[in-house]
Design a protein around this ligand. Structure first.
Ligand SMILES: Nc1ncnc2c1ncn2[C@@H]1O[C@H](COP(=O)(O)OP(=O)(O)OP(=O)(O)O)[C@@H](O)[C@H]1O
Length: 408
């Protein structure tokens, strides 16, 4: 279709979406604040009438003193059937199960027709953690966030993940792109499309999920795994990315990735020994050897001497815990500044052959990532043998987080 024809169709689609939202009590703005493979996320306003009919929305927006929400519009008619039948229901039920925590994006309501599904979400207008790390790195002319800010965000992240786990939800796709910030600098965990309901039995899982750079070794090895322990590994990768502006292990080929994991992370000079210790304790090859969430929350880096105890942090009750004030001087970013770098907009597919992502480590799993892994075991990776000191980082293993999207 020619450019003008495409634009006209897009306009008609948008008008239809705006009408459908208005009928439900939301005023859709033309401001697109994000997109996925089959979804677009718009800024919208809830009408007073809608708030009167939706107590979740009313209580939350009154506290925030605005009427803005984010509406995620999913083109179910165009998407693979798996999305409507599997990933979308999973996302909705996980968001319902994790309602309500200050650091997990809230789902206010959903509606759908034969063409589209709509998710009315809490607005997190401060961009994602990846953008934040990159912009702070540029600002400081030094990769990564300062440890003080990283600690503030990490505490909120641990709290969010603990809340999900206590609600029986394992995320399985924890990564910087799935962590949003709001205008107050509060962290909001999102994108539960790969989440799994672990239930009471906490059965071991076997599906390959997530993005390779954040994926736990046991998943790369196609082992049955505990979703909780796999999430802990991803937390270690995210913390490393926050404090260094880089990924600890960067390889497209799973077997090479496993070798890097076995060697362990290397750290830039100047990073505190406490922070290094916490990262190492999360990035343990043996899932059982990883710190659990309670231990991560009590670790001396997370809660240095003089910090108020953070006992409310791991509260399992589904109520808001008090947010922590921003300690850093980074000003909150306004919605007007919200944008995604061009290269982040590459569509991702939830099934079938994905359009080639800019970097394979960003693509979401799938069978191909497991090829050739069957013969790799903890034993031949040398787990348990004494560790060699990690080699100096080479460029390929310490790619700047931004660089991830520039590699083909
Ligand atoms: N609640 C929100 N507030 C602000 N922005 C949001 C919100 N939810 C999503 N976004 C923006 O929209 C983008 C796409 O959202 P999301 O990742 O949920 O869509 P998706 O269809 O699951 O994407 P993918 O195809 O990558 O899985 C996010 O990266 C983020 O920038």
């Amino acid at each position: 279709m020619k450019g003008s024809g495409r634009r006209k169709l897009d306009q008609q689609t948008f008008m239809a979406q705006a009408r459908e939202c208005r009928d439900k009590g939301y005023l859709l703005s033309a401001k697109k604040i994000g997109s996925g493979a089959f979804s677009k996320v718009y800024l919208a306003h809830a009408t007073q009438e809608r708030m009167q009919h939706n107590p979740k929305l009313a209580s939350d927006l009154q506290g925030k003193r605005h009427t803005m929400v984010a509406i995620k519009v999913i083109s179910t008619a165009e998407a693979p059937v798996e999305l409507s039948c599997k990933f979308l229901p999973r996302e909705i039920s996980s968001l319902n199960a994790t309602y309500k925590h200050l650091n997990v994006v809230q789902l206010y309501e959903t509606y759908h027709n034969s063409q589209r599904a709509y998710l009315v979400l809490e607005l997190a207008g401060g961009g994602d953690l990846l953008e934040h790390i990159n912009s702070v790195s540029d600002h400081r002319c030094c990769p990564g966030l300062g440890e003080k800010e990283a600690r503030r965000l990490f505490r909120q992240l641990v709290s969010a993940v603990a809340h999900c786990h206590s609600a029986g939800i394992v995320h399985r796709d924890l990564k910087c792109e799935n962590i949003l910030l709001d205008d107050r600098g509060l962290l909001k965990l999102t994108d539960f499309g790969f989440a799994s309901q672990s239930g009471v039995k906490k059965a071991l899982l076997s599906t390959f999920c997530g993005s390779m750079a954040y994926t736990a070794p046991e998943i790369l090895m196609s082992k049955k795994y505990s979703g909780e322990q796999a999430d802990l590994w991803s937390l270690g990768v995210i913390l490393y990315a926050m404090v260094t502006g880089k990924l600890p292990f960067k390889e497209c080929r799973p077997h090479r990735m496993l070798l890097l994991m076995r060697r362990g992370p290397t750290f830039p000079p100047g990073l505190s020994p406490e922070c290094q210790d916490l990262i190492r304790a999360l990035l343990q090859l043996r899932p059982h050897a990883r710190l659990d969430l309670q231990q991560a929350a009590r670790h001396r880096w997370t809660r240095p001497t003089g910090h108020a105890p953070f006992c409310t942090m791991l509260s399992t009750s589904p109520v808001e815990n008090p947010g922590e004030p921003r300690e850093d001087s980074e000003p909150p970013r306004s919605l007007l500044q919200l944008r995604r770098p061009q290269q982040l907009g590459t569509p991702k597919s939830t099934s079938g052959p994905a359009p080639e992502p800019p970097d394979a480590s960003r693509s979401r799993g799938g069978g191909s990532a497991r090829l050739g892994l069957q013969s790799i075991t903890m034993a031949n990776l040398g787990v348990g043998a004494s560790r060699q000191p990690p080699p100096l980082c080479s460029r390929s293993t310490t790619q700047n987080v931004l660089g991830l999207y520039q590699v083909n």
